[in-house]
Design a protein around this ligand. Sequence first.
Ligand SMILES: Cc1ncc(COP(=O)(O)O)c(C=O)c1O
Length: 398
Amino acid sequence: MIEGAPHTSPLVAARSRVLAMSAIKEMAIRSARVPDAVSLGWGLPSFQTPEPIRAAVERALRDDPSAGMYTLPAGLPELRRAVAETHSRRTGRNLDPERHVAITAGNMEGINTLLHVLVDPGDEVIVTDPGFVSHIQQIRMNDGRPVYWPMDEAAGWRLDPADLEQRVTPRTKAILLVNPTNPTGTVIPEETLRAAAEIARDKGIFVILDDPYSVFVYEDRERFFDLCCVPEYSDVIVYLFTFSKAYAMSGWRVGYMITPEALIGEIVKMHDLAMICTPRVSQIGATAALREKSPHLDEFRDILDRRRTLVCERLDRLPHVFEYVRPDGAYYVFPRIVSEEQNSVRFAHGLLDEARVTVTPGSAFGPGGEGHVRMAYCVAEDQINLAFDRLEARFGTA
Ligand SMILES: Cc1ncc(COP(=O)(O)O)c(C=O)c1O
């Protein structure tokens, strides 16, 4: 429920009533009511969609009479081809767009569609703890049960494959991973990913890879391991890429799914029931993103890396408030609160009210997130500095 919204109608289904608004959006709504608040809350990068993408859409709107029309549910054939070629180049896999590629309205819609396809009431999906808040809620929304695979903060947010195996039951349908992770910014090592895929193969379940952030790894990029490159796991992995972050297209709502052939028909059917199709203009933009060269990715990565350094330097000046594990990727840091108020919701609300700084309470990201806050450092450097100046004014420096 949205705080401050009128009392909910008794006709609303339990499925909706029991779900909370995502804490990320809840804080964004609260923050909008505080004049001059500075936000490290929402992972909304400050970048503009690159010029070649905008130009392609401008041309299509001017010259292509079908630019405003539906497409077939699975997506524009030229985009599905471009996706198949891009993914084949990246992974060495030979893909047939018809049998393996569906265009989504971003990974939120893609994951939701996939969960509709996979989850019967009471089925389980394993997520990392902490993990992405909306995954937890989407599993519940589909009458499933999130099962938490704990990350060990003391060991740099490490995931232990032995813990994973124990959590698989006859009700498990999938292991849902984000790499680098949200909210901790951890790059999951190769051996952990391979172990997860082995377990999935043994048990006959899927590994779902939700990928907004793999282009944002800052150190030892070679260390990043792409599980999609392992041919033995191609029937086990459902891979979802979003253009939202890598191409600064979050408002366009477009992504793609690479799926085993055994799922494609069900996915396209469910996507049609929710969306009919991803907006054609967004698909035109996504096609340009894949087809046209643009130097923006290196630029985005360099800028985000500088912001990562800045946020860590500023956190280092507040050791009496936060302890943190330095993130390797994505654009989040997930510090533990060591000041007096360690309840993450009260801490975040107090910070907004008293210091006009928005962060997301860690409890939203699973039980292991309590006692932490998530800070998104994808905003401009002056915003990061302003947020930390206010934190220093509120808590003093060490
Ligand atoms: C892990 C994860 N998945 C999905 C999304 C949303 O992606 P999209 O814009 O493609 O729906 C986000 C956005 O922050 C995210 O962090």
